[in-house]
Design a binder for this molecule. Structure first.
Ligand SMILES: [Zn+2]
Length: 140
């Protein structure tokens, strides 16, 4: 058995039980589903808009938070890899990356902080680097 929220052409809403969704469609086509208020047989399944949007939002929110968690994990792994394999140059990143790019210092993998302006300048100069959002260890 299945319950449907139904609405008639006169916008009366009511609940009705059917064996299944097919049974409802069949009965409805034959005009056998009638509004208990006015007897109208032009009934439709009422869209429970607020409920639908709520459950959608919740599902979406769950999906999004899972995605965020996944992205955070990925970033944490990238960060760990960088920390283990690259030399930390701190806020002098842009300068050091430029030196490496122009062969003024030995070629090596570095990481550090760069301002937005520096990031733009570096990419304009064709310096090869990747910008990733960096999560700072939280001071407890
Ligand atoms: Zn009605």
């Amino acid at each position: 058995m299945i319950v449907f929220d139904l609405i008639c052409a006169n916008r009366h809403t009511f609940e009705a039980w059917f064996k299944d969704s097919k049974a409802f469609d069949g009965l409805r086509r034959k005009g056998r589903v009638e509004c208990p208020t006015c007897g109208d047989s032009k009934v439709e399944k009422a869209l429970m808009a607020p409920n639908i949007s709520t459950s959608k939002t919740q599902a979406q929110a769950a999906k999004e938070s899972a995605m965020v968690a996944g992205a955070k994990q990925m970033l944490a792994r990238m960060q760990k890899h960088v920390e283990e394999n690259c030399e930390y140059v701190g806020p002098g990143f842009a300068e050091e990356a430029r030196k490496i790019h122009y062969g003024e210092t030995k070629k090596r993998d570095i990481y550090g902080e760069a301002t937005k302006t520096e990031v733009v300048e570096l990419s304009e100069e064709g310096v090869d680097f990747t910008a990733i959002p960096w999560t700072q260890p939280t001071d407890s």
